[in-house]
Each structure stands twice: as C-alpha cells, then as structure tokens.
Design a binder for this molecule. Structure first.
Ligand SMILES: Cc1ncc(COP(=O)(O)O)c(C=O)c1O
Length: 446
C-alpha cells in the first residue's frame, strides 16, 4: 500500500533569529509532540517541502537530519521519511511548559538562579567534607543539625534583621515543605494567598484540603477574618515584584492579629536587591504573629531542596513534636553540605556574584521590553514581570518558543485577578541566551 505524504501546516518566519533549518525542525517537532503528526505518517520529500516553503533544499534536509538523529523520524529506503514507529520519539520529550509538552526549551524561569562557575571549588570542598563525615546513628535532631541552625540564626540576624535563637529555627526541605509543617499544626480553615501569587504555595494549601482565599496582591490587606493564615511575599511580591510598603505591613499585622491568623512570610529572594539594601523581614516586626520561610533555592540551587522555617514561638513545639514522630527532617547529607557552604562563605560569595550579574541583566531586560510593556514592579531579584495585553503576551511567548525559549505568562499566576503579561527570568540562562530570547520576545511584540 502506498502512503501519501501529509501536508505540514507550517510557515517559516525569516525575521526570527536562528537558522531556518532549526526553526523548521522545531515546528515539525511541535507537530509530533502535540499529536498532529502520528506514528507512521509519511512526510513530504525534502525537495517537495523546500518548494512549498520557498526555502533551499539544504534547509529541509538539515531539519529532517536533525529529527532523524533525535529519533522522531525514520528513513525508509526507497520510500521516504516517516514518523518513527518506535516509542523512542515520545520518550525523548523532556519538559512540560504549561499544558503542552515542548521539547528542550531553554526556560527563562523566574525561579532559577545564576551560579558563578568560579565558585565550583567551594562547592566541591563542601561535598568532600560530607563524604568523610559520619552520618548520625539515628534520625538525629528533628529540627535539623544544631550547627546549621546556629549558622542560619546568625545569618538571619545579619541579613534580615531577625533576631532568633538557633533552637527556634527548623530546617526544612524548602519553602513549601515549611509551609506544610506549619499548616499541619494550625486549626482547620482557609488560607489567604496573594493573587497573582506563588503557585506551589497555592497547590500545597489545596493539597492539605484547605480552601484558598484570594488576596489581591496590590491592595492593602485589612481583613483576614475567617482565615487561619495569610501567605505573603513582602520583600518582593511574587510575581509582580512590589515591596510591601511599611504602612501596609503594619495594617497586615493588625488584620492578622484581629483574625488570630498567622502571617506566613515567604522571603525567597530578598538578598537580591541591587538598588537599595534588602528590606528587613516582616517577621522582625512581630515574631509572635509571623512564620518566616527561607530557602536555599535562590542563593545556592533549587534542586538542593533545603529551606528553613522560623515559626511563631507558640507553634514551635507542636511542629517539632510531630517531626520527632514522622522523621520529616531534611536529608542529613544536604544539611551537612549546606552547613559547610554557609560556614566557609560560599553562600555569601555566590549571592554577591549573582547580585552583580542580576544588576547588569535586569536593565538589559528592561531596555528590551520597556518600549512595549509596563514593568509590574521595581527592578530586583532574578526575574521581572511585564504588563501587556494577553494577545501581545501570547505573540511574544510564541516568538520566544519558536526561537527555543520558554517564557511564562503572567495570567498563569492569576486566580481571580485578570492581570496579563510576561514573567521573564534572567538568572538561569547565559548572557548569549538571554540576548537571543529578548530579541525573539521583541520580534513578537514589534
Ligand atoms: C515565591 C517563591 N517562594 C519560594 C520559592 C522556593 O521554593 P523552594 O524553597 O521550595 O524551592 C520560589 C521558587 O521559585 C518562589 O518563586
């Protein structure tokens, strides 16, 4: 039986950066991923496709060769090029962006930091130390390693204006793990979270079976009645970037006091201010009302899965008592390595280097996008958020995707707020990638 070639619904855009062959292989890959092309489909010959697209045959040959090498396509002698019949092609899809699987996009993630490779020796030294240290015999201290908690307490006082005893610090597996430990000891009831806001926190709250209440991220919080907790990012509202102004901090604490609710302060990236000194932690205003959450995700690496929680003193014992029974502490090797990284100044070094890089990149992002979009907040951290009508944001996102970059839509962070635009991370990419991604975004907006 002769299989006729399919028609590929593809057009190429010569104004985009990158080779036409790369663009074409990306478009065909998308059709494979979203199921438009199915196993066994026959593709047009490279000559026919070149004619249809108005490009030279070397462009279509390059694209087919790439997809053959990736296992998506197979060449059948004397018959043509087909969508591969083996399972290899679909298994090769590594990432999911939004609802749709997309192969190997370089993601401009808001949460990915830049780590200076020049600090690699410090990193290796810390792990060598772990390899020669003896693990504790049992589950050890449920609050976390005492030496690590002492270093964290010292750092909180030094960098966040937060005076705490090491025994008030609980080492966690990251921000949402700390949130979970806290919520587990709170009475039943809804949790108020910023909208737009941190999706992982929303999912954690829902996962614990608690209703989510929306707190408009840009409005003062004056009423928390009925909520058991309010989750906020006062140093750098995620993802709009605003610093919670002093009077609104006072109002928030008053509202929490009146409702007997706990304020959960997610202090994820406060160290990355490069215009002014970091704003002191909200918890420094009222230790009895605020649970403080810190993370190693921005200063060292998200994949470390390490964080710390300073609960209000009244909740500390209940949290630790549970942990004695459940053994839900952070893994000893990770704690032990982080202890060495903190003690030897590695964390301070990487934070200083990264701050310099962000201070240079943030204005580059702003210079590229400001002609088309309005910044949602001040320049800080490792991402910036840009307000745009949704169709413009979608066009820019699509142009970036075609150039190989994943950029998040602001609408993805919204529940009831209708804000639209783009959230552009600039930490986890190289300078060259950032330039290409910005050029692609601008090509989609221009
Ligand atoms: C608002 C916010 N909080 C916290 C974190 C870090 O979470 P974790 O400590 O669980 O890695 C992130 C990471 O992207 C974030 O965006």
């Amino acid at each position: 039986m002769v299989t006729l070639p399919v028609t590929l619904p593809i057009t190429l855009d010569r104004s985009l950066p990158g080779s036409l062959g790369g663009q074409l292989s990306g478009r065909v890959r998308d059709l494979l991923v979203d199921g438009t092309l199915a196993r066994g489909d026959r593709l047009p010959s490279s000559r026919a496709l070149a004619g249809e697209l108005g490009v030279s045959r070397s462009v279509t040959e390059q694209a087919y060769e790439q997809l053959l090498a990736e296992g998506w396509l197979e060449a059948r002698r004397g018959s043509g090029t087909y969508v591969a019949a083996t399972g290899a092609a679909r298994a090769a899809v590594p990432t999911r962006v939004g609802a749709r699987a997309t192969p190997a996009l370089v993601r401009l993630d808001a949460g990915t930091p830049w780590i200076d490779p020049r600090h690699g020796a410090g990193w290796r030294r810390a792990w060598r130390e772990v390899s020669t240290a003896r693990p504790p015999r049992g589950y050890d201290d449920p609050r976390g390693l005492p030496e690590l908690r002492a270093l964290l307490a010292d750092r909180l006082a030094r960098t966040r204006g937060l005076a705490v005893d090491p025994d008030e610090v609980v080492v966690t597996n990251g921000t949402t793990d700390g949130l979970r430990h806290l919520l587990t000891v709170l009475p039943p009831g809804p949790v108020a979270l910023e909208d737009p806001g941190y999706r992982a926190a929303v999912e954690t709250v829902r996962g614990l079976g608690r209703p989510v209440r929306d707190l408009p991220a840009l409005a003062p919080v004056t009423d928390l009645r009925g909520a058991v907790a309010a989750y906020v990012t006062p140093a750098h509202q995620h993802p709009l970037g605003r610093v919670l102004p002093g009077p609104e901090r006072v109002a928030l604490l008053a509202a929490a006091g009146a409702a007997e609710a706990v304020v959960v302060e997610d202090d994820y990236d406060s160290e990355f201010r490069y215009d002014v000194a970091p704003v002191p932690a909200l918890a420094s205003l009222d230790r009895g009302r605020v649970a403080y959450l810190g993370t190693a995700a921005k200063s060292v690496a998200p994949s470390l899965r390490l964080g710390w929680l300073v609960p209000p003193p009244a909740l500390l014992d209940r949290i630790n008592d549970r942990r004695v029974v459940t053994h839900e502490g952070a893994a000893w090797p990770v704690q032990r390595a982080f202890l060495a990284l903190l003690r030897d100044g590695y964390v301070d070094q990487v934070v200083r280097s990264a701050r310099r890089v962000y201070a240079e990149r943030a204005p580059r992002v702003a210079a590229a996008l400001a002609p088309y979009a309005e910044p949602a907040g001040p320049v800080a951290g490792m991402y910036s958020t840009w307000l745009l009508p949704e169709p413009d944001a979608l066009r820019a996102q699509e142009a970036a995707r075609r150039a190989g970059f994943g950029v998040a839509l602001l609408s993805g962070y919204c529940r009831s707020s209708g804000l639209t635009g783009l959230v552009v991370g600039f930490g986890g990419v190289s300078d060259e990638e950032l330039d290409r991604a910005l050029a692609a975004l601008v090509s989609g907006l221009g």
